[in-house]
Design a protein around this ligand. Structure first.
Ligand SMILES: [Zn+2]
Length: 238
């Protein structure tokens, strides 16, 4: 069964003073038989130096297991088309890092252009904001594919995210750091088709996060969708 980790951080983190190296990600992948790894830069690194997107892309060209995502900068530049990125990461746009949404970002005239360009590129964006921000953002979109990390845990409560986006077929969720019970609740309510496996290294480990999904009381077929096929469909990886 192919396994793709849809959520890891690669490179240095300015705010945490650590670095997640290629070797570390490959070591964890080897240990857990993970075939491919989605990587994106740490927020603090991307804010300090936008050039990290380029360096990450270069590394992904060298290491074939990597699937590079583009960190969307505060200028709201959409994922550059045709450069080799397979998705994007939207992280508390102009907000206080990992803490609270800045609702003024929703009023930025550039947002409309950003959404239009992103829908045209048709790649998923790992999208992290508070629930009310996410709802307001989603209202502005038509077909934009979002992956909400941690089943919405950092933007509020998964219990609230679930009903808010139940009817939105193009909104998916990743399993990183969430409990098996909550993952099951999501599978029961919106189906396994909208759930993707992620570890959120360095905040989680591939081994632990993967074991959690493997131990869910669902068929192997459904696990395979969560572990790789859903993400393949989202990023159109053939
Ligand atoms: Zn993360």
């Amino acid at each position: 069964m192919e396994i793709i980790d849809s959520h890891t951080h690669w490179g240095p983190s300015v705010s945490m003073g650590i670095e997640v190296t290629t070797e570390e990600l490959l070591r964890q992948a080897e240990q857990s038989s993970v075939n491919r790894i989605v990587i994106f830069p740490f927020p603090s690194m991307a804010l300090a130096d936008e050039g990290i997107n380029e360096r990450l892309l270069k590394e992904a060209n060298r290491v074939k297991k990597f699937i590079p995502y583009y960190y969307i900068p505060e200028t709201m530049k959409p994922i550059p088309d045709g450069k080799g990125f397979w998705g994007g990461k939207w992280h508390w746009m102009r907000g206080i890092q990992d803490c609270s949404s800045n609702y003024q970002a929703l009023e930025d005239p550039k947002l409309g252009e950003f959404i239009e360009a992103s829908e045209k590129i048709d790649l998923p964006i790992v999208f992290e904001e508070e629930l009310a921000f996410t709802e307001a953002f989603v209202k502005k979109t038509k077909i934009l594919k979002l992956i909400i990390p941690h089943l919405g845990m950092l933007g509020g409560s998964p219990v609230d995210f679930l009903p808010a986006f139940k009817a939105r077929e193009h909104i998916c969720f990743d399993t990183a750091l969430s409990s098996p019970d909550t993952i099951m609740k999501f599978i029961e309510k919106i189906g396994h088709e909208r759930i993707v496996f992620g570890s959120d290294i360095p905040f989680g480990t591939m081994k632990w996060e993967l074991e959690k999904v493997l131990s869910l009381p669902i068929s192997d077929d459904k696990k395979e969708w969560i572990l790789s096929k859903n993400l393949r469909r989202l990023i159109r990886l053939t």
